[in-house]
Design a protein around this ligand. Structure first.
Ligand code: MEV
Length: 437
């Protein structure tokens, strides 16, 4: 068993790798070589990656691809996507092509408000806290003047701060709920700095507030942090066309639209299906979030909470047929940044923004929502027609061949054979075995 290590973060990268190899990898030279094989030969780029986190040993590659032909609000985009799942980019590209001929995607931002809370304990009389908050509020705002100067100059900053009585949820629990406009920044650092500064002032002023002294009861700050639940920072994307225009080689428009709308209704009604349905949406969303250096954990958490906002977890997309028109849309909360964070640091993230023609945060919200909608469209389209496995396994064929360490010649023969035959793991294994005997 390995021994605990102290001062690990202070060791050099070589020392860390040696320690790891000695303690967990049976001194395997192959393991060490694997870690080093993924170092970037450009020392500056490697240093940049080393500095992103603590204890970096190597880099972890994911494919960076693009899905072209996305017509969004009349502009043609090639959407950069970072993802390991074989069929995601292909599915996005198919959906883009499908809707390119049918008017493209329409997207609009419904709000850009972010929020954060100072979570409080207070076990005294509510009136005392209300009275104190009214007195201290201007001081809280004045106290963050220098922090928000630049943001305010650009039209952003703190928009409101209110005392919320949450004692029905938890005894003695109040919060200061603050809303912010952070423009093209995701805003986490800005919001957290403002909240912590205000929390500090709040506590310092509370000890000087006479009514608290008189009652020997004081509010206490438990914690201050932004919320990744941003229902008022929301975007909508949709596609729409006449039902008969949905006809393609797999199905006629009416059958397709009926089954499609039913598939969405099932995802709305039933949690098992809703989770998988939304997972497919996140295939598209996360891929763009990763490519653009945004925080996919924040986005995931916020979107799933939104999917459960009415008490049960349900579909993020909606579909209907009305007067012969098929409409399919998504509405999701998204707090994204096109400045700050990794956006100006990671060379591939910078490139992703160039590919997207340097969008602002609102345009990026629209692109991301469209990527999610397109992904869901592609998944449901396969599910209600051919089934998902045909396309999925076709895309997965190369992974299976790589697992079997197939040669270039074997791959070529396999690709040609499986154009006409169903791909499954066992079918590929026996095909390669036959080639080899
Ligand atoms: C697979 O990554 C995503 C799907 O399962 C989504 C869905 O079922 O809608 C195909």
């Amino acid at each position: 068993m390995a021994n605990p290590v102290s001062g690990f973060s202070k060791k050099s990268k070589e020392e860390k790798i040696t320690w790891l190899a000695e303690n967990y990898l049976a001194n395997s030279p192959n393991a060490v070589a694997t870690l080093k094989k993924y170092w970037n030969p450009d020392e500056k780029i490697q240093q940049l990656h080393d500095d992103f986190i603590e204890n970096t040993l190597s880099n972890y590659y994911l494919p960076f691809g693009i899905a072209p032909n996305f017509l969004i609000n009349g502009h043609l985009y090639a959407i950069p996507m970072v993802i390991e799942e074989s069929s995601v980019v292909a599915a996005a590209s198919n959906a883009a092509k499908f809707w390119l001929k049918r008017g493209g995607f329409k997207a609009e931002v419904l709000g850009t408000e972010k929020n954060g809370q100072i979570h409080l304990n207070f076990f005294g009389k509510k009136e005392l806290l209300t009275h104190f908050f009214a007195e201290v509020k201007p001081k809280l705002i004045a106290g963050i003047a220098s922090l928000q100067k630049k943001m305010q100059e650009r039209g952003g900053g703190l928009k409101s701060i209110a005392l919320i009585d949450a004692t029905e949820k938890l005894e003695g629990y109040y919060q200061l709920h603050a809303t912010f406009e952070t423009l093209d920044a995701m805003g986490a650092n800005f919001i957290n700095s403002c909240l912590e500064a205000m929390a500090h002032i709040f506590e310092a002023e509370a000890v000087r507030f006479k009514p608290f002294k008189d009652h020997n009861t004081y509010p206490e700050v438990v914690l201050s942090i932004l919320s990744n639940y941003v229902p008022n920072c929301r975007v909508k994307a949709k596609v729409s066309c006449r039902v008969e225009d949905l006809t393609d080689k797999h199905t006629d428009g009416t059958t397709f639209a009926t089954k499609f709308v039913r598939a969405v209704a099932i995802a709305k009604a039933e949690r098992h299906r809703a989770v998988t349905h939304n997972k497919g949406i996140m295939n598209g969303i996360d891929a763009v979030i990763l490519a653009t250096g945004n925080d996919f954990r924040a986005v995931e958490a916020g979107i799933h909470a939104y999917a459960a906002k009415n008490g049960d977890y349900t579909s993020l997309t909606h579909a209907k047929v009305e007067n012969g028109i098929f409409t399919f849309w998504i509405e999701i909360p998204l707090a994204l940044g096109t400045v700050g964070g990794l956006t100006t640091l990671h060379p591939l993230v910078k490139l992703a923004f160039e590919i997207l023609q340097k969008p602002d945060a609102k345009q990026l919200m629209q692109v991301v929502a469209v990527a999610g909608l397109a992904q869901n469209f592609a998944a449901i389209r396969s599910l209600v027609t051919t089934g998902i496995q045909k396309g999925h396994m076709k895309m997965h064929l190369m992974n299976i061949l790589n697992q079997l360490e197939a040669s270039e010649g074997e791959k070529e023969k396999a690709v040609s054979y499986f154009k006409e035959n169903t791909v499954s793991h066992s079918a590929v294994v026996s095909f390669v075995e036959t080639l080899r005997t």
